[in-house]
Design a protein around this ligand. Structure first.
Ligand code: GLV
Ligand code: MN
Ligand code: MN
Ligand code: MN
Length: 419
């Protein structure tokens, strides 16, 4: 494979995804730059899509957009009646994100296809590169929407109407990157997503490849607490309706409740208040409103529900404790999702052939693969994340690990496309 070609494409895609462009740079210093802001519909997203689409066409792929802006690129097979092998990931980033989360799983499929083209490899099954729209939930406030529509969890009509932070519907935001086409997921036999681990396991163990057997479940809860906006200097302490004081109870409760559960039962439950917006946010004003976004994840679905219900009870209790009004909504819930043993074994076999060390593991992060797994035999390939950091501008993966990841992916795609 060409590690230089992969590196150049990833670096360029990273450059296009940043707001602050730097003209010259040293590859290895890139993690010191400010993060990516490639949110669906923004300028960074458009130029990145244009770049990747031209690369897909250069590699001979048939490129199509579907109704909600998923992008597909097909390498036709020698047997057009066979169901496809699909592989891909997403291009959108979180706010101030890293350059590997998502793009790695897109560029590596492109590189795999370029290698096959150069070798004159003939795939029987079609190989389909997929770029799922809106994975991160950073523009539309709910994640994994592109893959949800493909497996029928949401309808195209519903997803076209989802609004971004500016209140614009997806259909309008993505007008240049959508069409009337609807992809048929039943035409796919296997799905593989290559992704950085986004946690510390592989890096700490110095194992280059993780094979994902299960993807953890996830719930997002949105809470809004309404108080009385008022003057900070004149309002006595005993007559305030301060939603920020109330909201801080939710933050500490979330952390303490999960730690209590872990100390009793062990396991890997995590919960985070990652969104905390204070309105109007001024030093001399008692806030009028606070919005919280809460993320709860576990491999055990009952634990997610338990923590969510306890958090909701705590929020309800704030009304009488602080004389505020509250509004709570579960934005989405995805149960843990097992991967296909057949695809796990195929990845293992490919790694063995290449003499690359692997370990089996579960994914703590959410991925489109967990939706696709409902309809298609699916597994994931992980590569190490330096220091386990992700969803941060400091996200980094070593080029030598990426090379192994792409080699394993290429070998697996070749094998599965010949079945
Ligand atoms: C998406 O990247 C998630 O795991 O939140
Ligand atoms: Mn992510
Ligand atoms: Mn991702
Ligand atoms: Mn993700």
């Amino acid at each position: 494979m060409s590690i230089n070609r992969l590196k150049e494409d990833l670096i360029e895609l990273g450059r296009l995804g940043r707001k602050n462009q730097v003209e010259t740079r040293n590859y290895e210093d890139l993690d010191m730059d400010k993060g990516l802001w490639r949110l669906e519909g923004n300028e960074q997203s458009k130029v990145s899509k244009d770049f990747i689409i031209s690369k897909m066409k250069e590699a001979g792929l048939e490129v199509r957009f579907d109704r909600v802006g998923n992008i597909f690129g097909r390498k036709v097979g020698t047997d057009p009646n066979k169901r496809a092998v699909m592989s891909g990931s997403h291009l959108d980033s979180v706010k101030n994100g890293g350059q590997f989360d998502g793009p790695l799983g897109v560029i590596s499929v492109l590189e795999a296809i370029r290698i096959m083209n150069e070798e004159g490899f003939q795939n029987e099954r079609p190989i389909e590169l997929s770029i799922f729209v809106g994975e991160e939930g950073s523009a539309f406030y709910q994640g994994l929407i592109g893959s949800e529509v493909l497996v029928g969890d949401k309808t195209y009509d519903e997803v076209e109407k989802i609004k971004n932070d500016e209140g614009k519907p997806l259909k309008e935001v993505l007008k240049d990157y959508r069409s009337d086409y609807e992809f048929d997921i039943n035409s796919v036999e296997y799905f593989i997503e290559l992704h950085p681990e986004q946690g510390p396991v592989l890096y700490n163990e110095n194992t280059p490849i993780g094979i994902v057997e299960e993807i953890t479940g996830i719930t997002w809860v949105k809470a809004v607490i309404y108080g009385q906006e008022n003057h900070s200097g004149t309002t006595p302490m005993n007559s305030r309706k301060d939603p920020l004081v109330a909201a801080s109870d939710v933050v500490s409760f979330t952390d303490e409740r999960v730690k209590e559960l872990l100390s009793k039962k062990g396991g890997q439950t995590v919960a985070t208040v990652g969104k905390f917006e204070v309105y109007p946010s001024a030093t001399n004003i008692i806030p009028g409103e606070v919005e919280l976004g809460i993320d709860i994840r576990d491999k055990v679905d009952e634990n997610i529900k338990l923590i969510r219900n306890d958090i909701i009870k705590t929020i309800d209790g704030l009304e009488s404790k602080y004389q505020v009004k509250t509004q709570v909504e579960t934005l989405f819930h995805k149960p843990p999702s097992p991967c296909s043993k057949e695809v796990v074994e195929a990845i293992y076999k490919a790694s063995e052939t290449l003499n690359i060390q692997t370990r089996r593991m579960s994914s703590g992060a959410a991925h489109d693969a967990q939706n696709i797994a409902k309809k298609v035999k699916t597994a994931m390939i992980f590569v190490p994340s330096v220091d386990g950091i992700s969803h941060s501008p400091f996200e980094w993966s070593r080029w030598e690990d990426l090379e192994k990841g792409v080699n394993v992916l290429t070998q697996t795609l070749k094998n599965l496309s010949q079945y």
